[in-house]
Design a protein. Structure first.
Lengths: 113, 115
């Protein structure tokens, strides 16, 4: 069974540009989470989807971040326009049931110059 | 609010020595607790989890952790360190109270194993 996959693995962009990160959860997992780790800090929750619905987006930093989950399958996280402080590693995780263990993808390392 | 504290951002042990990584949590409801490991250039891998069953939890690669409610701790141990254990380790608590079960992580502990 394929694990959680994320694309791209690395992205380097200029301040003010737009970047879209993609996450493909484990097949059949209704719950999809995005997290972010800024250098030297803890991994922080961004938002949670159940199927295609946003259940909790309390961790989204501001309105420059837009997440979608079309058809309840893969998810995208768009940052527009990117700022220097958006640099970090963005992790995606999925779980089958709400209380089930979350399985993490390899992360996308975003560098904003 | 729930929180996790990992004492020691960097820990060094000799190969063959005991590994002890500390994690303390704060939770207003019975917690679900996790240890994840991140090897260089890889994603987060689940080591073990506690979900209110046995207080001593065994995980992969010889690691185990003991849930101690009185001490609000969930320390990770391994009797004998291997070079391959060098990685960053994260303790997390699941936010059951909010209903999302999102994870709240500690700041991570980077383990170095000395030959």
């Amino acid at each position: 069974e394929a694990g959680v996959t994320q694309f791209p693995s690395h992205s380097v962009i200029e301040k003010g540009q737009t970047v879209t990160l993609r996450c493909d959860p484990i097949s059949g997992h209704d719950n999809l989470y995005w997290y972010r780790r800024v250098m030297g800090k803890e991994i922080k929750f961004l938002l949670h989807f159940v199927k295609e619905s946003k259940q909790d987006e309390s961790g989204m930093p501001n309105n420059r971040f837009l997440a979608e989950r079309t058809g309840g399958t893969y998810s995208t996280l768009k940052v527009q326009p990117a700022e220097l402080e958006d640099s970090g590693v963005y992790f995606c995780a999925s779980s089958q049931g709400l209380a089930d263990t979350q399985y993490f993808g390899p992360g996308t390392r975003l560098t904003v110059l | 609010a729930q929180s996790v504290t990992q004492l020691g951002s960097h820990v060094s042990v000799s190969e063959g020595a005991l590994v002890l990584l500390r994690c303390n949590y704060s939770s207003s409801v019975p917690p679900y607790l996790f240890w994840y490991v991140q090897y260089p250039n890889q994603g987060l891998q689940l080591l073990l989890k506690y979900t209110s069953a046995a207080t001593l939890v065994k995980g992969i690669n010889g690691f185990e952790a003991e849930f101690k409610k009185s001490e609000t701790s969930f320390h990770l141990t391994k009797p004998s360190a291997h070079m391959s254990d060098a990685a960053e380790y994260f303790c997390a608590v699941s936010d059951r109270k909010s209903g999302t079960y999102k994870y709240i992580f500690g700041t991570g502990t980077r383990l170095k194993v000395l030959a």
